[in-house]
Design a protein around this ligand. Sequence first.
Ligand SMILES: NC(=O)c1ccc[n+]([C@@H]2O[C@H](COP(=O)([O-])OP(=O)(O)OC[C@H]3O[C@@H](n4cnc5c(N)ncnc54)[C@H](O)[C@@H]3O)[C@@H](O)[C@H]2O)c1
Length: 316
Amino acid sequence: MQLDQIRQIAVIGLGRMGHGIAQAFAMGGYPVRGFDESDDARASLHQRIRGNLEDFARNDILDTAEIDVVLDRIAVADTEAQAAASADFVVEAVAEQLTVKQELFARIEDAVSDETIIASNSSTFTISESSVNMRRPARAVVTHWFNPPHIVPAVEVVPGPDTTEEITETTVALHRKIGKLAVRVNVEIPGFLVNRVQIAMIREVWDLYERGIASREDIDAAIRGSLGFRLAACGPLAICDFGGVDIWATVYQGLAPELRRDTEVPKAIQNLVDDGRCGTRTGSGIHDYDAQNLDDVTSRRDETFLKLAKLLYGTQ
Ligand SMILES: NC(=O)c1ccc[n+]([C@@H]2O[C@H](COP(=O)([O-])OP(=O)(O)OC[C@H]3O[C@@H](n4cnc5c(N)ncnc54)[C@H](O)[C@@H]3O)[C@@H](O)[C@H]2O)c1
């Protein structure tokens, strides 16, 4: 499958990730057909995407007149097979359960043409695991987006050992064409690339928080105003060059033995989970949220993301 043969996209699973992925493809000019097993998710798809598009328009990323044009490119199918039937590229963003994904991949393969690319947005399962029931795993690949997917630029494209070079290249090209920062991960390993780095960082952050080394507000402010600020503009390897690789090597040698290295979830975090304080979803986590303030913090976060995306990446 070559890039110019891709005309129709299908998105299976229209939750937090799937609805934004559908939006991104529609904004990139592709007709999209979506399916979700939940009636609510299907019924609310256009309204949720309209809300996102209005945020884009408020931030001058999209012309208001384009909102309906983008929405018109998105259709909701009544069945999974109907969504996939004429698609050249199918991406799933259903629940993160391996058997669900494995069964879905086998069913999708029966519903599409031999050429159709089938992608998984799994955060943890490799394509070798998800495609185990497929007849032709050569056309399967991971495309790992980041929440909120319609705003965060990067998408990790992770082929398995069976994925053909053509499928990987076309998948990278497709995501670049719709304005995403598609990066290729050459070897499938647990956590791919970004989540490994993210977990390495959060282990140390959680440790500092548990030990009371600084307040939760000061930890967040310190990282946002230093590493976060720099990383938005300059990758970590490039930052090493600016700082001096020799200096980094010396600091690494002195500091690495001081850092947390075990694999236990820190008690302060486990206690929150045990108390049902799981974050914005449950109304409390490391911070407390009421309904009004949750809307405010989410809007403020998305406004800031959109400003950054516009500043650094132009569109999405
Ligand atoms: N949330 C994140 O930050 C994030 C980031 C990257 C990747 N992911 C991955 O994306 C996928 C979806 O995550 P999410 O956060 O959007 O979850 P979500 O719960 O918000 O959405 C999942 C949607 O899939 C639907 N669904 C479940 N099983 C289905 C099936 N068999 N057929 C059709 N629809 C089905 C559900 O009804 C729901 O609407 C997961 O694999 C997750 O690991 C999530």
